[in-house]
Design a protein around this ligand. Structure first.
Ligand code: GRF
Length: 243
């Protein structure tokens, strides 16, 4: 793409490994070139992710991910939810902080606050979230333990547009992994996280390259409705065999 990189703002709350995956791909760092390309849907990683990360904003001043942003020379800001007594006020301040950077896309990369209606309306169609389950299964928290308790054979991650329906917005892309005998929530989480680091940058790429749209709650890629909730079949399996 020869167009100018798309301005984005990334929101985090903690560890920031998804942020790191985005930072790596935006820098076209070799670490992210590991593993197979996303072949099953005909995608190859087309070089540097064309984004300009204008700011990483955290509600948690202690978020480890802030260090990754700083190390990459990206501006960081804190909007601490504890400084506000009500959620509406926090959302409003957060919106102001984001809008100062005029992003085309806002990415929730492990942002652990529930956002209100006004916020979600304001960023409708340009707010992405990564969720550690094959949505619509296991919305909410503790997804890995719940997948194990339910005896799921497959688990995974989803990137979706954010709507008022918590973890229920239109799914852009998913990646599945097998649940193995003897898995704990931690081993399963690690397998899922590996996939998160692939599909979040991929969805961002599709968005900034203007290949994604939403029509009547359905996600279109290159003008075509994404099949099966955007499932990228077999990515998990490929990743497994390549390690
Ligand atoms: C990820 O599992 C993400 O799916 C969920 O929170 C976790 C954040 O991890 N929303 P990290 O901060 O990106 O390492």
């Amino acid at each position: 793409m020869s167009a100018a990189p798309a301005p984005v703002v990334i929101l985090i709350s903690g560890r920031g490994s998804n942020l790191r995956a985005i930072l790596d791909e935006a820098a076209d760092a070799p670490s992210l070139a590991r593993g197979p390309r996303l072949g099953p849907i005909g995608e190859t990683r087309a070089g540097r992710l064309p984004i300009e990360i204008r700011a990483v904003i955290s509600n948690n001043p202690e978020a480890e991910g802030l260090q990754h942003a700083r190390a990459a020379g990206v501006l960081t800001e804190i909007v601490n939810h504890r400084d506000y007594t009500d959620r509406t006020q926090f959302d409003a301040v957060l919106m102001q902080a984001i809008d100062r950077h005029a992003p085309r896309l806002v990415i929730l990369a492990g942002f652990m606050r529930i956002l209100g209606d006004a916020f979600i309306r304001h960023y409708a169609g340009r707010l992405l979230n990564i969720h550690p389950s094959l949505l619509p299964a296991f919305k909410g928290i503790d997804t890995h333990a719940r997948a194990l308790a339910a005896g799921a054979a497959q688990h995974g991650a989803s990137v979706h547009f954010v709507t008022n329906d918590l973890d229920g917005g239109p799914v852009i892309v998913q990646a599945s992994v097998p649940v193995r005998t003897g898995d704990t929530a931690d081993t399963l989480a690690a397998r899922v996280l590996h996939e998160e680091h692939r599909i979040l940058p991929l969805a961002i790429r599709w968005f900034v390259e203007k290949r994604l749209s939403v029509c009547n709650g359905q996600v279109l890629l290159d003008g075509e409705v994404r099949p099966e909730q955007g499932l990228v079949a077999g990515v998990g399996k490929q990743a497994e065999t390549s390690q």
